[in-house]
Design a protein around this ligand. Structure first.
Ligand SMILES: [Zn+2]
Length: 267
């Protein structure tokens, strides 16, 4: 379902990757919601999340460089115990952190006249084709912002059917009617006040890498005007396309498409 509140589902991604002309026109309601998404901007999410998220992340980031204690990786059971949502949050953090670091290296190379790291060069030309290298700064800024939100953005697993009186139920009723819709980014004025990622039941059954990619995809919808503009068009619309960020971050993080999924890294 293209356009609705920056949502993302398997079927929608497949539509995009095939460039099919049969793309369903948005309903009037979806168009309205899309406009809300466009108008919402990221002021609210910045206000709600920038402080706590960044601090929480910053507080964890000093590494053990000066420590002689060898950190052991956590036991496998600890990761399993986090459940799909906790695991996805860890993976999102890892992916955005890796992408931030690699984009920083690419910018340093650009500024010193050196070639970009090959993986960044490939991903940037694939997902942000036609964009100038000066745009790498904007891209890194946005990936870093998303990284700041990732530790604390609430996830809400929406029940189906939505109980009467559930927050933002009108939005979720529309979303749940779309088969295969996995998640959506909500912030005012689309939501009644909260900024969060709505997770719909099909997400839980999706393959793990796709679960992760879909959620960091949603984070990019919190930026003003980031919807599903056609990727790879000549006028740099990729910066308005959540799928372009999804593909770039996933690629730089070394994620691969699970079996049977061909739209995780859409063109
Ligand atoms: Zn989306």
């Amino acid at each position: 379902m293209r356009g609705l509140i920056g949502s993302h589902g398997r079927s929608a991604a497949i539509d995009a990757s095939s460039s099919a002309p049969s793309r369903a026109r948005p309903t009037r309601k979806a168009t309205f919601l899309l406009q809300l998404q466009r108008d919402a901007g990221n002021t609210a999410v910045s206000r709600l999340l920038a402080g706590s998220g960044r601090q929480e992340f910053a507080g964890r980031s000093p590494g053990p460089e000066n420590s002689t204690v060898q950190r052991q990786p956590p036991p496998v059971d600890e990761f399993a115990a986090k459940g799909p949502q906790g695991q996805a949050r860890d993976e999102i953090n890892n992916a955005l952190q890796t992408a931030t670091r690699k984009l920083g290296q690419a910018i340093a190379n650009r500024d010193s006249g050196a070639p970009l790291p090959p993986d960044v060069f490939t991903a940037y030309n694939r997902f942000f084709a036609g964009s100038s290298l000066s745009q790498l700064d904007l891209l890194k800024t946005r990936v870093e912002e998303a990284l700041g939100w990732a530790p604390s953005i609430p996830f809400d697993l929406i029940p189906n059917p939505v109980p009467a009186g559930y927050r933002d139920s009108a939005v979720h009723v529309v979303a749940l009617a779309k088969p295969g819709l996995l998640a959506a980014a909500l912030q005012p004025p689309l939501s009644a006040g909260d900024t969060y990622i709505a997770i719909y039941p099909p997400w839980t059954a999706a393959a793990a890498p796709l679960r992760t990619a879909v959620i960091f995809h949603e984070l990019f919808h919190f930026f003003p005007g980031v919807v599903h503009a056609p990727a790879n068009a000549p006028t740099e619309p990729s910066f308005q396309n959540a799928r372009a960020y999804q593909g770039l971050v996933g690629s730089l993080a070394g994620m691969s498409e699970p079996a049977g999924i061909t739209a995780m890294f859409p063109p």
